[in-house]
Design a protein around this ligand. Structure first.
Ligand code: GLC
Length: 468
């Protein structure tokens, strides 16, 4: 079986969040099951593309609202990636340093999809399934089924995976000329609520759609930022497949970014060494429980509640330390940064994205906070489990599917609401648990044994491909 994965992120080439980890790991695990993948993503001007060799695989031109753009398809050769990856480059359009945050996003997304399909046609490339990830590539099912230019590709089945339904890529009908020609009677397939909505179009036109956890699938039918009715009506082709983690990269026994490697048998001393490194770096007392938060500082992740949580916990009770790593809304970043002065010795934050530090935090903290309002799947709780770090999560989306509360015979700490009180109360429960080192250590060992690798879910995707 041959699958074409198409996405705007893939680790280690370009990463903004969990999407990159999934698109990187899934083809790798599928390869082990004899499914061949090609990942096609945009070219970014970054360290990775700079240090690895690129081989030209073709070029051509696309038309964007009357303007011709030349595209180049470059295959990237890296020992770090066991499957093929091709990058689409269009000078002055798809050759940026960063992934998101540009004013011409819709032009970039549309141009990318056009160039990819044009290349498939030119080179006569066929796949059993085109697997699109998120709204950036979700116009492909419409393009190949309803646009004359690409209609020859319509025999290929399509799967759309929704990693996050908050982002739908809507734009005004005024920009309709950016799209390839199609018969106006099909405009309804693109439209949702008076806008061209790429995610909605993907939901309507893809052969199958899925999201990244069973609970998030159910949640989306009730609340999907306006798309709930559509998801209900398309529910016969909608499923929830839980993400996995790449246990080759995320392995405390071999992870080169840790200060000390460890396994289940020496988890206590191993984690202590990594915790000590963090405590030294940030001036924390090593004997107190250490809590970490890693993630985007946005409303979805309840990052706006963190400042009050830190104040509530540290003003009343100085018996723990808290460390935050992430970036996001400027206002939240500012509030969090202010706390460093106020709670010096008990609180620290690093505003930014630092892959290396994140690994050390998974290994070195005692508890990981994930109070997300919305969490389609969440990978951090799975990384933390593998590193013997107890997750504290809100019961939502994939967090609900992967973490069971200690009170229910499980191994984590769960709360219902995204409120300062619920999070604070969970932290107090964790501090109590930490005092009972015998149970605490038993749970550390227990969670490291949980198998959250891609093995199971990669098979589920293959079953999905086979069914179409
Ligand atoms: C998005 C979601 C996250 C999920 C990831 C990978 O980033 O917010 O919950 O784990 O995609 O599917």
């Amino acid at each position: 079986m041959k699958i074409l994965h198409t996405s705007f992120e893939c680790h280690p080439i370009a990463k903004a969040g969990g999407l990159a980890d999934v698109v990187s790991a899934l083809p790798k695990y599928q390869l082990a099951l004899d499914v061949e993948s090609l990942v096609v993503m945009p070219f970014y001007k970054n360290l990775f593309t700079d240090k690895n060799k690129l081989k030209n695989m073709g070029n051509g031109t696309i038309n964007l609202n009357g303007v011709e753009f030349k595209y180049f398809i470059e295959k990237i050769n890296s020992e770090e990636i066991p499957y093929s990856v091709c990058l689409v480059r269009i000078d002055n359009l798809i050759d940026t340093e960063h992934i998101y945050g540009y004013e011409d996003e819709k032009e970039r997304y549309i141009a990318f999809q056009k160039a990819l399909l044009d290349w498939l046609l030119k080179c006569n490339l066929t796949f059993d399934v085109i697997h699109c990830h998120d709204h950036h590539t979700s116009l492909i099912p419409f393009f190949i089924n309803y646009c004359n230019e690409y209609i020859k590709l319509k025999d290929m089945a399509t799967v759309l995976t929704i990693h996050n339904a908050q982002y739908q890529g809507q734009f005004s009908h005024d920009y309709i000329n950016l799209l390839p020609d199609f018969s106006i009677e099909n405009i309804g397939l693109l439209d949702w609520d008076g806008f061209v909505n790429p995610l909605a179009a993907g939901i309507k036109c893809a052969t199958r759609i899925n999201t990244v956890s069973p609970t998030y699938m159910e949640e989306l039918k009730e609340n999907a930022c306006g798309l709930e009715g559509l998801l209900q009506s398309e529910s016969n082709k909608f499923s929830g497949i839980l993400n996995g983690i790449d246990t080759c990269i995320w392995n405390p026994e071999t992870d080169r970014l840790l200060l000390r490697n460890y396994k289940i048998s020496n988890v206590t001393s191993g984690k202590r060494a990594n915790k000590l490194a963090l405590c030294k770096k940030y001036g924390f007392n090593k004997d107190l429980p250490l809590f970490g938060f890693i993630g985007r500082l946005v409303y979805e992740k309840s990052a706006d509640l963190l400042t009050d949580v830190v104040k509530e916990v540290l003003l009343k009770n100085k018996n723990c330390n808290i460390l935050i790593l992430g970036s996001g809304y400027e206002e939240i970043e500012k509030e969090i940064t202010k706390l460093k002065k106020e709670f010096k010795g008990n609180f620290h934050s690093y505003i930014g994205f630092d892959e290396e530090l994140s690994h050390l935090i998974y290994a070195g903290v005692d508890f990981l906070l994930m109070p997300s309002r919305i969490e389609p799947c969440g990978l951090n709780q799975m990384y933390s489990l593998r590193y013997g770090t107890i997750p504290i999560v809100r019961r939502t989306g994939g967090l609900k599917d992967t973490v069971i509360d200690i009170g229910d015979g499980g191994f984590g700490i769960c709360h219902e609401r995204a409120s300062v009180w619920d999070i604070t109360y969970s932290i107090y429960r964790a501090i109590d648990l930490y005092k009972n080192q015998k149970i605490f250590r038993k749970i550390q060992k227990q969670i490291m044994k949980i198998d959250n690798s891609w093995s199971k879910s990669a098979k589920k995707y293959i079953d999905l491909y086979k069914s179409i």
